[in-house]
Design a protein around this ligand. Structure first.
Ligand code: ADP
Ligand code: MG
Length: 407
């Protein structure tokens, strides 16, 4: 199971320079846990953080210009921290599994003389087999689209061995996107797969009400639009567990006694929700936004092959505060399963944070310079001390004990 150990983001909107977990530059910091929550007031950069993760996936899949020009991003110059002339930079540290050596990935994006966003630096580094200290060695190293890659398990210092010269003909494209499809670069292929598998959830209940006529999808999409197709896939591929899954999920939705799937005459899959006090069932279209949202999150957690990293933006919207504790512990259980994903949540709901511990929570604030600051709750001594005395973390935040919010 691949693990994101840490990430640094620079010059991405208000994220002038933020670090989560361990990176090549912060090698002594703790690695990221399975479940993380980033909390903070409006405008501190929570959405920007999740969007930065989505941006990486878009750069990989569609190239850097297309990623910058997505309507909600508005182009490179609007993305780069206002006033900065430096490139947008990412530094990622990841491990393919707990026995493998970590890999460090560097990506810099800047604009060329015509104002087009291009990749200016790309680098992958890993320690050699048996090397326990010292700096890791490069096995992909490109500046302004030119450089080298070392195939197999070789690194830069093993000159001549499995070294290939690289010149990117399209500066919009990430080298890992091209090299990651070549069989003699297995490390790059695995990293590419990890990065492209990240999943960000922006659930829109209205879209989940749609009932497409046909199709089956193996994963729930970002906005929950294919909820019905996802259910059809699980029903078709795993008919025995499908029923159990509906039973498990129905127990967790308040007021619902059971959920049954019924094939409609036109072959659509309909979900019947049997609610307390009613003889006749309700259907997906009749459910409240909150119930649908909870349903979608619970079903997401039933995915047998989940994404390696799942980002969820403000899951609290539309949900009753008493359900948030339940949801947080469900996320925690899901993330700690052997094949479970790492989960990153942004939230401003104290009742969700109540279910978490100080090593799982990062506080995002904005300084007077307009830049976001990131601090782990565990690193605020008074917060850790009060938590140890039994005060839940969300209550501490609500009563302003984090002492970090300038607003
Ligand atoms: N290019 C930029 N440089 C600096 N700050 C930016 C840039 N683009 C947007 N911002 C700031 O980022 C903030 C929005 O961040 P956002 O991630 O939406 O916050 P949150 O989700 O925590 O409410 C706004 O205050 C906006 O002024
Ligand atoms: Mg936001």
């Amino acid at each position: 199971m691949a693990i994101l150990e840490g990430i640094q983001i620079q010059n991405y909107r208000a994220l002038k320079d933020v670090v989560l977990g361990r990176t090549i530059f912060e090698a002594k910091a703790e690695t990221l846990p399975r479940l993380m929550a980033v909390i903070g007031a409006n405008g501190v950069g929570k959405s920007s953080l999740l969007d930065a993760l989505g941006f990486l996936g878009d750069c990989l899949g569609e190239g850097v210009e297309a990623a910058c020009d997505k309507p909600h991003r508005g182009g490179f110059e609007r993305l780069r921290t206002q006033g900065s002339t430096e490139p947008i930079c990412f530094e990622i540290r990841y491990r393919e599994n707990s026995n493998s050596r970590p890999i460090n990935y560097t990506l810099h994006i800047d604009c060329d003389t015509q104002g087009r966003p291009v990749v200016t630096r790309e680098r992958l580094r890993q320690r050699r087999q048996g090397q326990t200290d010292g700096q890791p060695y490069s096995f992909v190293d490109l500046t302004d689209g030119k450089g080298f890659a070392w195939s197999g398990d070789a690194t830069k210092e093993q000159e001549g061995k499995d070294k290939i010269s690289i010149k990117m003909s399209d500066r919009q494209v990430l080298a890992i996107s091209t090299l990651g499809t070549l069989s003699d670069h297995p490390r790059i292929a695995k990293f590419r797969k990890f990065l492209s598998g990240w999943y960000l959830s922006y659930f829109v209940p209205e879209l989940a009400r749609s009932q497409p006529m046909s199709g089956a999808d193996p994963h729930l999409d970002r906005r929950g639009e294919n909820l019905a197709k996802y259910l059809r896939f699980i029903q078709r591929e795993r008919p025995i567990t499908f029923k159990d899954m509906l039973t498990r999920v129905s127990r967790k939705i308040p007021g619902i006694q059971s959920i049954k799937s019924v094939p409609a005459p036109d072959r659509r899959l309909l979900l019947e929700f049997h609610a307390e006090g009613y003889a006749e069932p309700f259907f997906q279209q009749d459910m409240s936004d909150g119930s649908l949202k909870l349903l979608a999150y619970l079903l997401l957690m039933e995915d047998p092959v989940p994404a390696p990293l799942i980002g969820i933006e403000e899951p609290e919207n539309g949900l009753h505060h008493q359900l948030l504790g339940l949801l947080a512990s469900e996320f925690k259980t899901f993330a700690s399963q052997p094949k479970g994903p790492q989960i990153l949540i942004t939230t401003h709901a104290p009742s969700l944070v109540d279910a978490l511990s100080p090593d799982e929570v990062w506080i995002l604030t904005k300084g007077h310079d307009g830049f976001s600051n990131m601090k782990r709750a565990k690193d605020v001594p008074s917060v850790q001390a009060m938590f140890d005395e039994g005060i839940p973390l969300g209550s501490l935040w609500f009563s302003n004990h984090f002492g970090l919010d300038p607003q």
